[in-house]
Ligand binder design. Structure first.
Ligand code: GUN
Length: 288
């Protein structure tokens, strides 16, 4: 089974759109998402544009506050504080990467945790890791939802997460631990990753190494989620591939996400879902 990320995201967005519409009818309020964007990083330009199109599709208001590459931390913090106070904004996201002279953690720490739709604020990180309700980072949340769509009960399964980033690997581990999986986090220094992978019922690859995971690394019937987005050169131009060698791995799995068209679209749908969740918690509407 190949999990079609575009279809999966569309279903999620349809649900969000209905709920946003019903909120608008009942309360005359509209959820709002603000993005803080520094510089001209080309992939970020593309991501932010996609976020904007998707927000519009489901009826969520969208604002971008742009800064030059030379912006100071002080100015960025003022921008965040403005959105923290803004009653029409329920989600705030600082698009990464930020320039080197900016301390990411310092900036993210200034976001009102209730509006932290990326789930990067220490309060949300702490709540997730202690099993409390939290805003969860969008990519691992999307991976989790796709895994659950294939198999509801994950208790006792062994999961290998390749990659230990704060954005993906660590929150992914927390989500699967909460499902009673036995979780291993592998990374660039891990010895014999292949042997670990061969034992895993669930593999989430998020290391950023093109085609690292091969067919003979995979246990038959595993669920494989590929978070990688790697550019590889072709004779003419380049193509995007994941961390998983799709051709050889697809033959072994129960389910797999392709790249592109797998995790990417679902991540954006989860951002909208987090914005709706933030809106409801700020306005004390009961979550369904
Ligand atoms: N840049 C790449 N991925 C992400 C993400 O998930 N959130 C933010 N804010 N920036 C990113």
């Amino acid at each position: 089974m190949i999990i079609d990320g575009k279809k999966f995201a569309q279903k999620l967005k349809n649900k969000i759109k209905k709920e946003v519409q019903s909120i608008k009818n009942k309360t005359k309020l509209t959820p709002g998402l603000a993005v803080i964007f520094v510089g001209h990083h080309t992939p970020s330009e593309i991501y932010v544009r996609k976020k904007q199109i998707s927000a519009k599709e489901v009826g969520i208001n969208f604002k971008v506050l742009r800064f030059k590459n030379s912006v100071t931390e002080k100015k960025l913090i003022l921008g965040i504080q403005k959105f923290n106070k803004d009653k029409k904004i329920h989600g705030i996201l600082v698009q990464l990467p930020l320039p080197n002279h900016i301390n990411n953690q310092k900036i993210i720490g200034k976001i009102d945790p209730r509006k932290d739709v990326d789930g990067f604020h220490p309060i949300n990180v702490g709540n997730l890791s202690s099993g409390k309700d939290a805003l969860v980072p969008c990519t691992p949340l999307g991976c989790y939802l796709m895994i659950k769509s294939v198999r509801k009960n994950l208790a006792g399964l062994s999961a290998l997460i390749i990659g230990r980033s704060n954005l993906n690997g660590k929150p992914m581990a927390q989500l699967l631990l909460k499902e009673d999986c036995t979780v291993t986090i592998g990374h660039s220094k891990t010895k014999n990753l292949k042997a670990l992978c061969k034992k895993a019922d669930i593999v989430v690859a998020a290391v950023g190494r093109a085609n690292l995971v091969k067919g003979d690394w995979i246990k038959k019937g595993a669920i494989v989620i590929d978070v990688g987005i790697n550019r590889v050169e072709k004779k003419k131009g380049y193509k995007i591939v994941g961390d998983v060698e799709f051709k050889s791995v697809v033959k072994k799995v129960r389910a797999i996400t392709p790249v592109p068209g797998g995790v990417g679209p679902v991540t954006i749908a989860c951002l909208l879902s987090n914005t709706l969740k933030a809106f409801k918690s700020i306005n004390l509407l009961l979550s369904k």
